[in-house]
Design a protein around this ligand. Structure first.
Ligand code: COI
Length: 359
C-alpha cells in the first residue's frame, strides 16, 4: 500500500499543540496538521502529513469558478481505556467515491482513504476530547486544482484532510425547523445525494431566512411537487407517527447519511417499528397537530441525534411537538453516544481502531 510521508515539522507542531477551552464548539479549533495528496497524470501522486496552513491557489483554479468539490464528515472517539476509534469510516470512504463519480472527480482507493484518516487521527490522538459527546471531527475533501476557465472536468485535484476537536453542533437542546416551500435544494437527476459544496451553498439563502425567523434548520421538500419531506440542510430527518419511526426513503435527492443508517439499524435491533417511505409535509403537520406524531428528530455526523421542538410554516404558523425530548429520540441518542464512546457494545464493524504512533 502507498505510504503517507510524515513531515517532521508537522509532528513537532502537533506535539506542542493544546486547547484549553471548556467550550469546544463545532469546527472552532483545528489540529495544526493536515493530510494532502495531489492527483495528476491520472493517478494519486503522493500523500503527505504536513503542517496545517493556507493553500496557494491561482485565481483561475477551477474549483473557485465551477465548484468541482466534494467532502466528508467523520468522527474519532476516545474510549475510557484511552484507545481511539473512528466511527464507520468505510461508509464515508464509499460515499466519498460515490460523490467523486457524480462530480467527475477521481476516486481514492478505500484503503488509502482510511489510511490517511488513520494517520491524521493517530498524530492528533492527544487532541481527541475526553468528554462524552465530544470527538475529533475529520473533514476530508477534494477540490479541482487545475487552472483554466474552460468548463470541463479538471485533470488535477487536491485531496486534504483536516481535523477539528469538536463538541455539539447545536448550541441549544432542541431544534426549531423552518419548512422551506419555495426554494429547492436539488432536483432528480442532480447532485443531491453527493456530498458536494454546491448543495450546501444552495441552502444558505434559506438558512438566513430560517435564522431570521428564530429557527435553527431548514427542512427541504421535493422539487417536483413541493410536497414530500426530503432532508434538512446538513442532516437527515425522522418522525415518530402512530408509534412508528418514519424517515424519508432514499432517492437521488437525499444524502445517504451514515448516522441515518445507524439509526435505522439500531431501531431494528431494538425491535422498534420503522418505515422508510414517502412522508408528505401535510401528513407531518396534521399528525403533529392531532397528536399522532409524538416526536421528531434530526441526525447526522455533526448533529448526532437531536430532538426537534417545532416546525414553522411559510405562513409563520408554529406546529410544536407533544414531546421535545421524546422517548425514541433519547433512547437512540443515548445508544449511539454510548457505542461511539465505548460505553456500550458496538455492532460488528462500527468502530475502527486507530493504532498508536509513538513519536
Ligand atoms: C456532517 O454532519 O458531517 C456534515 O457534513 C454536515 C454539516 C452540517 C457539518
Amino acid at each position: 500500500m502507498r505510504k503517507v510521508e510524515i513531515h517532521p515539522d508537522a509532528v513537532e507542531r502537533v506535539k506542542r499543540f493544546t486547547i484549553n477551552d471548556p467550550q469546544l464548539g463545532f469546527g472552532k479549533y483545528v489540529a495544526p496538521i493536515m493530510i494532502q495528496a495531489i492527483f495528476d497524470h491520472d493517478e494519486w501522486q503522493r500523500f503527505d502529513l504536513l503542517p496545517y496552513g493556507p493553500l496557494q491557489l491561482d485565481p483561475c483554479t477551477k474549483v473557485l469558478h465551477y465548484g468541482q468539490e466534494i467532502f466528508e464528515g467523520m468522527k474519532v472517539f476516545r474510549h475510557p481505556d484511552d484507545r481511539i476509534f473512528m466511527f464507520r469510516p468505510e461508509m464515508n470512504a464509499r460515499r466519498f467515491n460515490q460523490s467523486a463519480r457524480r462530480m467527475a472527480m477521481p476516486e481514492i482507493p478505500e484503503e488509502l482513504f482510511l489510511q490517511a484518516c488513520e494517520i491524521i487521527s493517530a498524530y492528533s490522538k492527544h487532541l481527541v476530547p475526553k468528554r462524552l459527546g465530544e470527538s475529533l471531527y475529520l473533514r476530508p475533501f477534494m477540490i479541482a486544482s487545475e487552472v483554466g476557465m474552460g468548463i470541463k472536468p479538471a485533470k488535477q485535484f487536491l485531496f486534504i484532510i483536516v481535523a477539528s476537536p469538536s463538541g455539539a453542533y447545536f448550541a441549544g437542546d432542541s431544534v426549531k425547523v423552518y419548512i422551506e416551500r419555495e426554494d429547492i435544494r436539488c432536483a432528480p437527476g442532480g447532485v443531491g445525494f453527493a456530498k458536494t459544496g454546491g448543495n450546501y451553498a444552495a441552502s444558505l439563502n434559506s438558512y438566513a431566512k430560517t435564522i431570521k425567523l428564530g429557527c435553527d434548520q431548514t427542512m427541504w421538500l421535493d422539487s417536483v411537487e413541493h410536497k414530500y419531506v426530503e432532508e434538512m440542510s446538513g442532516m437527515n430527518f425522522f418522525a415518530v407517527i402512530d408509534g412508528k419511526i418514519v424517515t424519508p426513503a432514499l432517492t437521488d435527492t437525499i444524502l445517504d447519511g451514515v448516522t441515518r443508517r445507524s439509526v435505522i439499524e439500531m431501531a431494528r435491533s431494538e425491535q422498534l417499528p420503522l418505515e422508510e417511505r414517502r412522508l408528505s409535509v401535510d401528513e407531518l403537520l396534521q399528525t403533529i397537530d392531532d397528536g399522532r406524531c409524538s416526536e421528531a428528530f434530526v441526525c447526522g455526523t455533526a448533529a448526532v441525534i437531536a430532538p426537534i421542538a417545532s416546525f414553522m410554516d411559510k405562513d409563520l404558523s408554529v406546529h410544536a411537538l407533544r414531546e421535545t425530548n421524546g422517548k425514541v429520540c433519547m433512547q437512540l441518542r443515548e445508544k449511539l453516544i454510548g457505542i461511539q464512546a465505548g460505553r456500550s457494545e458496538a455492532p460488528a464493524g462500527w468502530l475502527y481502531p486507530i493504532r498508536d504512533i509513538h513519536f
